[in-house]
Design a protein around this ligand. Structure first.
Ligand code: ATP
Length: 504
């Protein structure tokens, strides 16, 4: 299968079957936001639940929080986001594309490139030389580009019943200000009510460190986990839900003793890779990549990315960073709060006296929930070709999602819509629902079409009710991956589905 074809097929399947829709589609849609449909919301929630299970429920050293999206604006000044959460914005002077300089295709400085005038293949062929930036336009390959301007990715809004524009007009009335002065005045008026939509969930875990530690009496090493929406005004939104402006993250801050960061970073990279492989269909498309020293953020002493092999190449799925004591120290200094930990069982390494107070170091596994939805869909997508009795080639499309992630765990299908079969199917579905599973009872279309539909949305089992069911209380249980059917008693079929849908 052509790799980019795969992306087209996934996007089409997502819309056709109700996984993901364009936001506000009937109004023409928004390119940067998506809505999760009846199956998409189940897949997303199942992935989130699998992460929460492994981070919080299966351990006693991590607790969760659910913080607000709007935080005190000073949080973002202290964290460095106001000054530094920027991407280099570049305009192509040939085709007018706007893009991120750091993600543009690299080209040797001074080398000659050929491109089409206006970016259209019908345009005149032109030649140019790559400038000092060392990249070309990602759309038309032109080296004729604007300088980079730093564009801050945080969404800004105002809090409370205020109108910063009215205040601004009042302030500048009858003052003869130039553009720079007016801009400064506007920022000053805005600042009185300015708040940001959080661009990551992580900061709340630092800001609430003391409250969480004191209310739970957690002892270092311990972690705080959170899932939720984040917002980034991305210069380029791309590849469907891979990069959007509104998305969801699953982040965990693990607070550790200074000096133990190498061992904990190794621990968390191993844990996170194992988590993805446990749920993946083919673990081969996941890898770890250590950051080059030049890639590291100034506060980080080491970092790895969990990468997935997307149809366009390897790309980030999760970042696992060793963040030193940067965040707690910064928030502590800005607020005067004692964001530190006292270990009464350890001697202070400097004085040798019993009891050690220190600012914990942090390891942060930061994953994208919505990006993991895409990775899991890509990883699960399969096409099986076969030839039918008439010699025609058939293609069976199936999503080999792990049963614990699958939106529908089982479809209960009466063979015909009469003879008590629909009622029997309902009774079996009720039993599965009582066990906590999301199941479908489906009597529309031929049985073959119903199997095909459920293969395509990743339903691991189909339970078929037929004439024999009413006679001897047995059903056929069809396995999505093998398409094999076996005859089982109803309790045995129910037990098999329940067992298969357990988290690994
Ligand atoms: P990228 O290099 O792809 O922009 P990042 O390094 O800025 O990602 P982080 O700040 O480390 O990303 O965020 C952690 C995770 O959140 C990412 O690994 C990704 O899965 C997810 N994420 C970040 N930005 C977006 C976005 N715009 N849309 C969807 N998911 C995102």
């Amino acid at each position: 299968m052509n790799e980019l074809d795969l992306m087209t097929k996934i996007v089409s399947l997502c819309k056709r079957r109700g996984f993901v829709f364009q936001s506000s589609e009937i109004y023409g849609g928004l390119k940067s936001a998506y809505d999760y449909g009846p199956l998409g919301v189940e897949l997303k929630r199942n992935i989130a639940a699998a992460w929460w299970r492994s981070m919080v429920y299966e351990r006693d050293d991590i607790v969760g929080i659910d913080a607000s999206i709007i935080m005190h604006p000073k949080v973002w000044e202290t964290s460095g986001h106001v000054a530094g959460f920027s991407d280099p914005l570049v305009d192509c002077l040939n085709c007018k594309e706007r893009f991120r300089g750091d993600k543009a295709p690299r080209a040797e400085v001074g080398s000659e490139v050929v491109f089409h005038e206006g970016g259209k293949s019908s345009g005149k062929k032109l030649k140019g030389h790559v400038g000092a930036c060392g990249y070309v336009c990602p759309v038309c390959s032109s080296p004729n580009l604007s300088d980079e301007r730093q564009f801050n990715g945080m969404f800004r809004t105002t809090l409370g019943p205020v109108d910063p524009l009215a205040e601004f007009f009042k302030e500048i009335k009858e003052k003869n200000l130039d553009e720079r002065e007016m801009r400064a005045k506007y920022e000053e008026c805005l600042k009185r009510s300015l708040v940001y939509l959080r661009p990551e969930t992580a900061q709340a875990m630092f800001v609430q460190f003391l409250n969480v530690q004191q209310t739970t009496s957690m002892k270092v090493p311990f972690g705080i986990a959170q899932q939720g929406k984040s917002f980034r005004n991305e210069i380029v939104v791309e590849h469907f839900i891979f990069r959007s402006c509104e998305f969801e993250q699953m982040e965990m801050e693990f607070f550790i003793e200074p000096g133990t960061q190498d061992q904990w970073l190794k621990y968390w990279t191993d844990e996170r890779m194992a988590w993805y492989k446990k749920y993946a269909n083919s673990g081969e498309s996941f890898r770890l990549r250590q950051h080059d020293k030049t890639e590291l953020a100034h506060y980080s002493d080491d970092c790895y990315d969990v990468e997935y092999l997307y149809p366009w190449g390897w790309g980030e799925l999760e970042g696992i960073a060793s963040r030193t004591d940067y965040d707690l120290k910064r928030h502590g200094a800005a607020t005067g709060s004692k964001l530190s930990y006292f270990d009464q069982n350890k001697a202070d390494p400097e004085t040798g006296k019993p009891g050690w107070r220190y600012v914990p170091y942090v390891i942060e596994p930061a994953a994208g929930l919505t990006r993991t939805v895409l990775a899991m869909l890509l990883d699960a997508y399969c096409e099986e070709k076969s030839v039918d009795a008439n010699g025609q080639e058939k293609v069976r499309v199936l999503l080999k999602l792990h049963p614990a992630l699958a939106p529908i765990k089982a479809a209960v299908l009466p063979l015909v819509k009469k003879d008590g079969q629909p009622e029997k199917a309902e009774a079996i579905a009720k039993e599965l629902r009582r066990a906590g599973l999301n199941v479908a009872c489906d009597d529309a279309q031929s049985i073959g079409k119903r199997y095909a539909k459920h293969d395509e949305v990743g339903t691991p089992y189909c339970i078929t009710v037929d004439t024999q069911t009413l006679e001897d209380q047995t059903v056929t249980l069809r396995d999505r991956d093998t398409a094999q059917q076996e005859r089982l008693t109803i309790p045995a079929a129910v037990a098999k589905v329940v067992e298969a849908c357990r988290h690994p």
